[in-house]
Design a protein around this ligand. Structure first.
Ligand SMILES: Cc1cc2nc3c(=O)[nH]c(=O)nc-3n(C[C@H](O)[C@H](O)[C@H](O)COP(=O)(O)OP(=O)(O)OC[C@H]3O[C@@H](n4cnc5c(N)ncnc54)[C@H](O)[C@@H]3O)c2cc1C
Length: 404
């Protein structure tokens, strides 16, 4: 049995459902398919940089946001230095992914998208005049164009050869613990301060504690290939050490126990090419993640919106070939791509360097810590801030050197 539609979107995470919403609003017939039955959970910290709510105000309400955090502490690798960042406006909005993703899908469906859950896309065929996606129940859908929004291990990226083997990924262990509101207020304050343990035990990644209304999301992530080099100290051992360190630092309640280990993966760098004939990749499938913080929901939603603009253009000229779709790559690069690459270069450059000095200086310098805050939450693009940070750090470092 074969159906026909305009656009077939594979994957109903934030990327897919946002693309669906914008396409339906532009008048397209859209099929949104997900292999999981919804509502489904997704490995995630669930922290949204506040800029996302400014760009998509329709999600700034309790259907999507669980709570807000107005600041946080970032610890250096040795834990000897910590930077406090805080603001009057929230720096992060916290979500519970099960609810957030379901409500984004519902929004797309309300607008008119046709949603099929519990069915996986297993194959894809692109010809001159159409694209066909094949589902694991033996049915297929024919369409003008396919959007691959199917996450870090995207089937669409694999079938189109857009993802080659061996791309770098990060691997995380996390869990979301139910904790009563009073305890959360006691340990994270009314401002719901988050905690980041940067380069904990010299990993390239970091550990986090994200307080929500009735949950603590606690996780740690590391660049994938490094775990293979540390067989004795795998990620679960690291998580256990991280957990007991958090207790010693009184960041989490003494009585909290690890009750489950959830694993999750995320990309580190965008794919070289994110489109081909009759295909566009968005969100994690395209590798859109902030390589410094691991945050990807913002890029997932923005790339979904950009894809809808490009598809509208392609449809007007009835041309879905790679030449025309290359506009997609230009638009995301202009919007957020340059920042992702700036973060990637910064993260790579810092990997082998201890972060003690910069934390030591920033912990005593409000201007520098404020600059970090603004960069981390994406309030201003990193490329505009690089020079300012460097200058401020140099001034702070010299001041300290003269004082001591
Ligand atoms: C542990 C962890 C913590 C994170 N913390 C944060 C954070 O705090 N803030 C943040 O912004 N980002 C965070 N991220 C990243 C964030 O989760 C992703 O960037 C975001 O979910 C990407 O959205 P997406 O829609 O592209 O993909 P996903 O949310 O992964 O959705 C992909 C969907 O595709 C479906 N799918 C896959 N294959 C198929 C198939 N063959 N057929 C049909 N459907 C398919 C899946 O079921 C899934 O629903 C974290 C990631 C991890 C792993």
């Amino acid at each position: 049995m074969s159906k026909k539609t305009d656009v077939c979107i594979v994957g109903a995470g934030p990327a897919g459902s946002t693309a669906a919403k914008f396409l339906v609003e532009k008048g397209f017939k859209v099929n949104l398919i997900d292999k999981e039955k919804f509502p489904r959970d997704k490995p995630c910290g669930g922290g949204l940089p506040y800029q996302i709510l400014k760009r998509y105000p329709y999600i700034d309400n309790e259907n999507f946001v669980d709570s807000y955090s107005y600041g946080g502490y970032a610890y250096s690798s040795s834990l000897n230095h910590k930077i406090l960042v805080k603001d009057k406006e929230p720096i992060l909005a916290m979500t519970l992914r099960k609810k957030f993703d379901k409500n984004l899908v519902d929004l797309a469906v309300e607008k008119g998208a046709d949603f099929v859950d519990g069915k996986a896309v297993v194959n894809l065929e692109i010809t001159n005049d159409k694209a066909m996606v094949f589902l694991n129940d033996g049915t297929s859908i024919s369409c003008d164009i396919v959007i691959g929004a199917d996450g870090v291990f995207s089937k669409i990226a694999e079938k189109t050869d857009l993802r080659k083997r061996g791309e770098e990924i990060a691997i995380c262990i996390y869990n979301e613990y139910e904790v009563d509101e009073k305890t959360i207020d006691e340990i994270a304050g009314k401002e719901h301060f988050v905690s980041i343990l940067s380069r904990f035990q010299s990993i390239y990644g970091y550990g986090w504690v994200f307080p929500k209304n009735k949950h603590l999301n606690i996780g740690i992530g590391e660049v994938g290939y490094r775990l293979k080099n540390r067989p004795k100290k795998n990620l679960i051992d690291l998580y256990k050490d991280f957990f007991s360190t958090l207790k010693k630092l009184k960041i989490i309640p003494e009585k909290l126990e690890i009750n489950k280990y959830h694993g999750g993966s995320l990309p580190i760098v965008p794919l070289k090419q994110t489109y081909c004939n009759r295909t566009i990749l968005i969100g994690d499938a395209a590798g859109f993640i902030n390589p410094f913080s691991g945050e990807g929901i913002y890029y997932a939603m923005v790339s979904g919106e950009i894809a809808s603009t490009v598809i509208e253009k392609a449809s007007k000229s009835e041309n879905f070939d790679a030449n025309l779709l290359s506009l997609y790559q230009k638009l995301w690069m202009k919007d957020f791509g340059k920042d992702i690459y700036s973060f990637y270069n910064l993260a790579k450059n810092q990997r082998n360097k201890p972060n003690e000095n910069i934390f030591k200086v920033a912990s005593k310098d409000d201007v520098l810590s404020d600059l970090f805050l603004k960069i981390m939450i994406g309030r201003l693009p990193l490329r505009q801030y690089k020079w300012k940070v460097f200058r401020r750090y140099t001034i702070g470092y010299l001041k300290q050197a003269f004082r001591s």
